[in-house]
Ligand binder design. Structure first.
Ligand SMILES: *[C@@H]1O[C@H](CO)[C@@H](O)[C@H](O)[C@H]1NC(C)=O
Length: 323
């Protein structure tokens, strides 16, 4: 009897491990404030509250203007995800837990203090406004901690955004330098990104050389924001979104530089790079990589794939393909 029970516990535990291993590489569940759970709660609340679904795009980018619908949306999300309670207020313990170890002990103290200060200025009966401004204070505090906890927010004074063509040139150089063999190039042109040491180092090379990444500081978010210029998204919102993704995909300290660049930086930034190249398709298509159907051997990596997103007639996989 006892044994039966304990073996079913073991089976359940193993199942849990398998489930979390299966979802871990995509890193979408780890943080309630940025993962799928959050987006799901947001979508449900929009429906539930009858908010115009056209606003979803804005909300998906964490852009929350202080209008009535948005305030009540935040309250709804907060109640669904248990970070807000009309009586107990904002759950600072949960916030700390979700962002640990990215934030230290002072985080919770400052957060609680700053939320109290903010709520004192509001109508105590207006729960939408209270939830909304508590959440905003929380976001500001998180940004500050993510910003000061790492140097990723510090813009390099010398950083000049590159053109899409300049980035392609760097990609070509890097592919040569890490000696990507023709077989890799062939798969890259089909949009298959093999997770192997050469490709990982190729990504690192391009990320570092574009001035968007360093081994020491990781993703340089301010530079990335200037480079990628995500439409309708300010630096704060971009940093919060990417900061949470980078945190979810944090690599163990033993990971080497190439693995880190690939599994953390590239995993998080790839969709934004895809959009950048799509927006710059006119000039991208002038690049020699896209003027030849088959690259000559030794000529590096055309990054290509056939998918719905591909305006390049199947010639842009590595950068343009989506997961
Ligand atoms: C609010 O947060 C800042 C740091 O972000 C901190 O310096 C300040 O002391 C906090 N205020 C309170 C009342 O805790």
């Amino acid at each position: 009897m006892e044994r039966d029970r304990s073996s079913s516990y073991v089976a359940a535990a193993l199942l849990l491990v398998c489930i979390s291993l299966a979802s871990a590489p995509r890193g979408t569940e780890a943080n309630i404030f940025g993962g799928k759970l959050y987006q799901k709660a947001q979508q449900d609340c929009i429906l539930f509250m009858g908010i115009n679904p056209l606003r979803l795009d804005q909300y998906k980018k964490f852009v929350y203007p202080p209008d009535r619908d948005t305030m009540c949306l935040i309250r709804c999300i907060g109640i669904s995800l248990d970070f807000w309670d009309d009586i107990l207020g904002f759950d600072v313990d949960l916030a700390e837990q979700e962002f640990s170890p990215l934030v230290d002990a002072t985080f919770k103290k400052y957060l609680a203090g700053n939320i109290t200060l903010k709520l004192e200025l509001l109508d105590p009966l207006d729960n939408c406004a209270r939830a909304y401004y508590a959440f905003r204070t929380f976001r500001a505090q998180i940004r500050q901690f993510i910003g000061t906890g790492t140097t990723t927010m510090a813009p390099s004074v010398n950083f000049q955004p590159l053109t899409a063509v300049q980035i392609l040139d760097i990609i070509v150089d890097c592919a040569r330098e890490v000696n990507l063999p023709p077989s890799f190039l062939t798969s890259l042109t089909k949009g298959i990104i093999t997770d192997c040491p050469e490709v990982q180092c190729f990504i690192r090379c391009a990320a570092v050389r574009t001035g968007l990444y360093t081994d020491k500081d990781g993703a340089l978010l301010a530079n990335l924001h200037r480079q990628l210029d995500p439409p309708g998204e300010d630096l704060a919102s971009f940093s919060l979104r990417q900061g949470m993704c980078l945190q979810r995909n944090q690599q163990p300290p033993t990971a080497d530089c190439c693995t880190r660049a690939f599994k953390q930086f590239f995993t998080c930034l790839r969709p934004d790079f895809e959009q950048f190249f799509i927006r710059n398709r006119e000039t991208v298509m002038q690049h020699f990589l896209y003027k030849t159907d088959q690259p000559a051997e030794g000529q590096a990596a055309p990054m290509v794939q056939n998918n719905v997103l591909d305006p390049f007639g199947g010639n842009m996989g590595m950068i343009l393909s989506s997961y």
